[in-house]
Design a protein around this ligand. Sequence first.
Ligand SMILES: *[C@@H]1O[C@H](CO)[C@@H](O)[C@H](O)[C@H]1NC(C)=O
Ligand SMILES: *[C@@H]1O[C@H](CO)[C@@H](O)[C@H](O)[C@H]1NC(C)=O
Ligand SMILES: *[C@@H]1O[C@H](CO)[C@@H](O)[C@H](O)[C@H]1NC(C)=O
Ligand SMILES: CC(=O)N[C@H]1CO[C@H](CO)[C@@H](O)[C@@H]1O
Length: 357
Amino acid sequence: MEKWREWLLVAMVVGGMVLALARPSDGGSGAAAPASPSRPVARRSPSSSAAENALAKAITASNGAGKGKVVVLTGDVLLTKALPLIPFEGNLVLRGSCGRRKCVVDGAGKFAIFMTYTPGCWITLENLEFRNARDGAVSGKCSVIIKDCVFRGNRGAPVVALGIGDPTFNVSSTVFVDNNSNSTCGALCSSSRGGGRLSNCSFIRNSAMGDGGAVYLWGVGSKPLLIEDCTFDGNTAGASGGALYIEPNGIETYADVYVFDTQFKGNRAKTIGGAVTLLSDIKGHFCGGGMSGNAAGSGKGNDLALIQAGSLPVFVNFCPRPPKLSVHGVPSMNEVAVVDNCRLCGVSETQCSFPFK
Ligand SMILES: *[C@@H]1O[C@H](CO)[C@@H](O)[C@H](O)[C@H]1NC(C)=O
Ligand SMILES: *[C@@H]1O[C@H](CO)[C@@H](O)[C@H](O)[C@H]1NC(C)=O
Ligand SMILES: *[C@@H]1O[C@H](CO)[C@@H](O)[C@H](O)[C@H]1NC(C)=O
Ligand SMILES: CC(=O)N[C@H]1CO[C@H](CO)[C@@H](O)[C@@H]1O
């Protein structure tokens, strides 16, 4: 079992305990001043320590007086200690307002940033940069909405990680650059069944020691995953799936993954699947986009690896027409890949042909 999954399981087990510890300070402190949109919490607090305190209070209040209220950060925060955990059923909405640049929340290479062990929470982040987090910028069981953000130079455990359960993610216009993970997924991973969407995101030079140099999705479930208008450039995996590694949870039949108008360039995997690795019983729908300059250390599937993990094949289709790709099938191409139709890509079936047979 991969390290981060183990970690998530441990997190589930200790969840109840953490919740009990967190309860006394949930909401009731009164000291927290989460802002309404017109009264930003940190506007009068230009120093990092004031902003750090305000952020900590906003987190604590996110299941009390501050639930769902927009907290506006107007200065950078360099963490000097760990922030509180996102409370059970908390709803934190944080927006940066630092003029033309993004306000930075910096983990100082020592601290994780937003963590939770309990479900039922939401985290919304807008117009912020997260740097130098150690062992996670956003992790746990909250659903996340991330818009116009940057994740740069974070390291250790996965940067954005959604745990087991039903959390969902909606990440748009966000850049993940130079993040490193010491297990799977250099940038984002999810073991949720809640589905999710990545839209207009860039994943640049992220690296993972295990599978999925940028993105690793496990336990996809019946809710679809959508990756649209994204770029995966120069990501590296110490194992398989230089940019993307996706495997289903084996409970639901067929998980749909839609990859629309997305470019994969110069990604590398040590084993197979230089850009993308899909395991059965995934249905991968690649519509538009392209792959170039990707490489697998084994020379097998420089672009794409399709792995039959159970008895079922991997379904994959490229629309409107198959590009010339380096594809590797395990155990063999004929057994793992089955032609699907192009309807879901908005192209009629007759315009579609199967690339591998
Ligand atoms: C890497 O992973 C281990 C175990 O998962 C963790 O304890 C460690 O702190 C991580 N981070 C770094 C920066 O090595
Ligand atoms: C995801 O976020 C985008 C951009 O903010 C928004 O347009 C879209 O409606 C959101 N989708 C869902 C399902 O919440
Ligand atoms: C896409 O994301 C970039 C940031 O990487 C942003 O500058 C651009 O405005 C976004 N485009 C759209 C259509 O939202
Ligand atoms: C803080 C950190 O580990 N930064 C690294 C992020 O990734 C790039 C490239 O993968 C490295 O060059 C950085 O040192």
